[in-house]
Design a binder for this molecule. Structure first.
Ligand code: PLP
Length: 439
């Protein structure tokens, strides 16, 4: 059946039928190619949000689409109780990409459900434990358990977040300080500090949690939480503390995985392996897919329905994921992301020299955060300025976003295939926006 074209007015009117739990970000989207997306008004944008940081290879990568269409024609759906060819090949590929004993792949339809699967595995392996430890500003998803594990039930953005309403279903999380070096609460600087802030994790596990801890969950770079990279020394300390206490360590690489940081996984740059690695977003080239890659020495799920979803193992998304990984490796996309990230960072530093309200520029790769402040000495957050810049950029054809937990941080996370000329365009637009919003 041919889709009836909608006028922008009719599209806006039809939105009232949709019950959505977050704010609308813009008008209806119609088509996309490469780094660009076109809306129902015909406006075209360079999308520096990659549709929730998921389109590593950009919109409609022809080879990914071809792989998905070919799979659709062969076998479009199979329930999770059957192995299929793309599922088996993808599991082998993920096991191959991951270091050490990370060899057992659990399929999941979305990131949140994959994090929950990892939490379930942790509980299976620590039968007497009932608490998880996460970090300030963490974001692990939007299900009951994952919302409770993130910043969303806390007062992080200056008000209680949406997750606070759902806490009766999950109150089993204790949070410890994150290594937010730009505003170090210990007033130390890295690396001379020796990652002193990691001590609070050990102290909390020893004295602040009732009973044994099921797992520590960590994003190697917090995205939603404000683009905060966890330094290698900090993560090494976390690993040591978890090992000392016998607590499984879960890396949530849903955002950082598949090349965005300039490496296939952020863990590749940290020299530390978790007991479980959670993946999603860029893995599917836009198709919904997620996975946990668990240490094969852990006790795994029993075949009793401990973790099963009708759409938990979709062959089309898996065929797309196999192609995404093939292209990432073949075209050395992580290295390209590192180069484009360096270009962005250099350009942003030039802008910072003219606009001191750019307080901090964070990476690595194309995982870029720009923290806006009123004054670089007081570091008072300039949230209105960050939001105004994002609004101005929209008008100039660039989609940016601010971090939910730290809304004075602008996120620049385009598809990893972004070209040098497009980096230049985004930097010019940013320069114009900074001038337009004034100091
Ligand atoms: C680090 C991290 N973990 C978990 C999730 C949840 O993934 P999903 O939205 O696919 O459930 C997200 C989504 O933004 C994320 O960034």
């Amino acid at each position: 059946m041919e889709q009836r074209p909608l006028t922008p007015e009719r599209a806006a009117e039809l939105q009232r039928y949709i019950g959505y739990g977050a704010s609308w970000l813009g008008p209806a989207l119609v088509s996309g190619e490469g780094c660009r997306v076109t809306d129902i008004h015909g406006a075209s944008y360079i999308d520096c949000t990659s549709q929730a940081w998921s389109l590593a290879l950009g919109y409609n990568h022809p080879e990914v689409i071809e792989a998905a269409v070919a799979q659709m024609r062969t076998l479009a759906h199979a329930r999770a109780g059957f192995p299929t060819l793309p599922r088996l090949l993808l599991a082998e590929k993920l096991a191959d990409l991951c270091p050490g004993h990370l060899k057992k792949v659990v399929n999941a339809p979305t990131g949140s459900l994959a994090v929950e699967a990892a939490m379930k595995l942790a509980l299976i392996n620590r039968p007497t434990a009932h608490r998880f430890v996460t970090f300030y500003h963490a974001y692990h998803g939007s299900t009951f358990a994952t919302m409770a594990a993130g910043w969303m039930p806390t007062h992080t953005p200056g008000r209680f977040g949406p997750g606070a309403k759902f806490l009766p279903f999950m109150q089993n999380v204790v949070r410890v300080p994150n290594p937010y070096c730009y505003r170090c609460p210990l007033a130390l600087s890295y690396p001379a500090c020796g990652a002193a802030c990691a001590r609070s994790l050990g102290d909390t596990i020893a004295r602040g949690v009732d009973g044994p801890v099921a797992a520590v969950i960590l994003e190697p770079i917090q995205g939603n939480g404000g683009q905060i990279p966890f330094p290698a020394l900090f993560v090494t300390e976390v690993r040591r503390i978890c090992s000392d206490f016998g607590i499984p360590l879960i890396f949530d690489e849903i955002q950082t995985g598949f090349g965005r940081t300039g490496r296939m996984f952020a863990l590749d740059g940290l020299g530390v392996a978790p007991d479980m690695l959670v993946l999603s977003k860029s893995m599917g080239g836009g198709f919904p897919i997620a996975a946990v890659v668990a240490d094969e020495r852990l006790t795994q799920f029993e075949p009793t329905g401990e973790d099963v979803y009708t759409f938990g193992s979709n062959p089309v998304a898996q065929a797309a994921a196999l192609k995404v990984i093939e292209v990432l490796e073949r075209d050395r996309i992580p290295e390209h992301a590192a180069r484009m990230g360096a270009l962005f960072t250099e350009g942003l530093k030039r802008l910072q020299a003219r606009h001191p309200q750019i307080g901090d520029i964070r990476g690595p790769g194309l995982f870029i955060g720009v923290e806006m402040v009123k004054d670089p000495t007081t570091k008072e957050p300039a949230t209105d300025k960050a939001k105004a810049i994002v609004a101005q950029a929209w008008q100039r054809g660039v989609i940016l976003a601010t971090a939910s937990a730290l809304p004075n941080v602008i996120k620049i996370k385009p598809p990893l295939i972004i070209r040098e000329s497009e980096v230049g365009t985004v930097l010019e637009v940013l320069s114009d926006c900074l001038k337009a919003v004034g100091s």
